[in-house]
Design a binder for this molecule. Structure first.
Ligand code: THU
Length: 134
């Protein structure tokens, strides 16, 4: 699976976005160490706070299927229509990723034609993890 292929799957997942309130559509594609991909989209709610981001949809789908080890996530987000900007994961999604993914976990942002790679460590330095609790 190449980075470009993973971005393409995130772009495809974005088509399923349920975002009637913000009209901000996000898709994510999470690659496991074993090579499987779990896709997710943002799912909004009339009460607003139950809204789930695309990244967490993908992580929760994967973990609920028994996956625990991840290689990379691709994220494509933007207002309805073509995606021109980089949509970075929100703080809550960074924290959820940090539960399962190491600091060198790859995060791809952009669109399927133009994207950049970051690491979780770059986006969430000095994080709170299970080590703090042991
Ligand atoms: N959203 C995501 O799906 N991922 C992010 O990391 C940022 C925000 C969604 C949540 C909401 O449905 C919409 O984008 C606007 O905040």
């Amino acid at each position: 699976m190449t980075d470009a292929e993973l971005m393409k799957l995130a772009q495809k997942a974005r088509e399923m976005s349920y975002s009637p309130y913000s009209h901000f559509r996000v898709g994510a594609a999470l690659l496991t160490k074993s090579g499987k991909v779990y896709a997710g989209c943002n799912i909004e709610n009339a009460a607003f706070s139950p809204t789930n981001c695309a990244e967490r949809t993908a992580v929760f789908k994967a973990v609920s299927e028994g996956e625990r080890e991840f290689e990379a996530i691709a994220i494509v987000g933007g207002k309805e229509g073509e995606v021109a900007e980089f949509t970075a994961p929100c703080g809550v999604c960074r924290q959820v990723l940090s539960e399962f993914c190491p600091p060198d976990f790859k995060i791809l942002l952009g669109n399927e034609n133009k994207f950049e790679a970051f690491t979780l460590g770059m986006l969430l330095p000095f994080s709170f993890t299970e080590k703090n609790l042991s």
